[in-house]
Ligand binder design. Sequence first.
Ligand SMILES: Nc1nc2c(ncn2[C@@H]2O[C@H](COP(=O)(O)OP(=O)(O)OP(=O)(O)O)[C@@H](O)[C@H]2O)c(=O)[nH]1
Ligand SMILES: [Mg+2]
Length: 460
Amino acid sequence: MQNDTVVALATPPGEGGIAVIRISGDMSARIIEKLFSDKSRNKVKSSDLKDRYFNYGYITDYEGEVVDEVLMVYMKAPRTYTREDIVEIHCHGGMVPVRRILELVIAAGARMAEPGEFTKRAFLNGRIDLSQAEAVMDLISARTEEAAKASIRQLKGSLTEKIGSLRERLLNLLAHIEVTIDYPEEDIEDVFLDDVANALTAARQECRRLLDSADQGRLVREGIKTVIIGRPNVGKSSLLNALVSENRAIVTDIPGTTRDVIEEHLNIKGVLVKIIDTAGIRETVDLVEKIGVERSRDMMKEADLILFILDASEPLGEDDRKIMEWLGGRRALVLLNKTDKPAVIDEAKVSELVKADVIRTSMVDGTGIEEVKDYIYNMVFSGELTADNEVFITNTRHKEALIRADRHLKDALSSIKALVPLDIVTIDIRDALDCLGEITGESLTEDLIDKIFAEFCLGK
Ligand SMILES: Nc1nc2c(ncn2[C@@H]2O[C@H](COP(=O)(O)OP(=O)(O)OP(=O)(O)O)[C@@H](O)[C@H]2O)c(=O)[nH]1
Ligand SMILES: [Mg+2]
């Protein structure tokens, strides 16, 4: 399967200045000999083509009719993205030339590539590991600079290295144990068991460190889901508008203005934030508003951060207290809004009731808006993680594999302590190794690999 030659449009479909059609595989050179001619309309031999060089010319069909004027690059294996021969045709970016060239390339012996097939070939040919392949996809879909930076680090192999050294340590340990198992006549010393236990503990710590970074990793990649909550009329929609600097949500002095959930994206210094404005929470008999209140409550459950707004110009009410109960132990920031008006609320009482930071705001004069943004930013980057070489887990598949690896190491450790025979302990260590290998792709079945690449985009 892998020896055939594939083709795909590498640029987004639609009209554009240029489009790039990419061909990869053994037949690439022969295909280009059939279809490409130089500026004097002479066919070229692939042996005459310079490696990695832009060639000006034409793509012609089998009657010799010009289909498009193009730039063509021939890249010889193995120094290419897929480690196979690659040809890229830069043609005019209209649907007609693109479709005709694709048809001609397929008629000349290639087949349409599957989504992600170029990157999959790079993986199968050993140019990159699975975590790097996934980083390519993350980079393409990154919506902020921080998310892109995290993908670049992973693409460069930082996670590969971390996982690789962890696996190596476990392999050494395994070898060590196996030697001992091979000589059963020798008594196993306590010192040896202590060494094994220490090595397992160290490996677990490394797993935990990577897992600890996963929450931040997810926030960087997917954005922080921030939900604005409060009783009607406290200024929730006004806050959404102030944060996105736009009149996105309707603001009126009528309580119950917002009845549905409104979502907007915000980029705070490279951190992606999804801001969700909700219907004011209160007891109501209005059916539509009631559904809105239900939704507000559901939103709270999924939030990474809750911005709980109170009207500082009014005393605490029943509805405010109810929301406090609903907050439970969730991560929240309290905003005392309308501070441009005379203060009525008892701030000390509020801090006592809600164990969270409090920021004073006014949507009329803009007080506190920057502080709110800083608070959200600091949720992701509180110090050490900003270091450029820091590895952090951004992918749920990796996180899940690490959790399983850690569990096996934990089992191995308890077995050692319970003086369970060593060959049982090695089973757990092997299982942990397999889990780690799933991250880099060494111990994954073909089906799973296909599934992962199927989520990629076409032409990558
Ligand atoms: N003085 C003052 N008025 C504010 C402030 N923030 C909002 N308001 C006013 O309060 C009223 C309600 O604001 P909204 O933003 O619609 O409130 P809400 O919480 O979204 O209300 P619902 O959608 O009904 O739940 C409007 O008349 C706003 O202009 C503030 O900081 N100071
Ligand atoms: Mg509103």
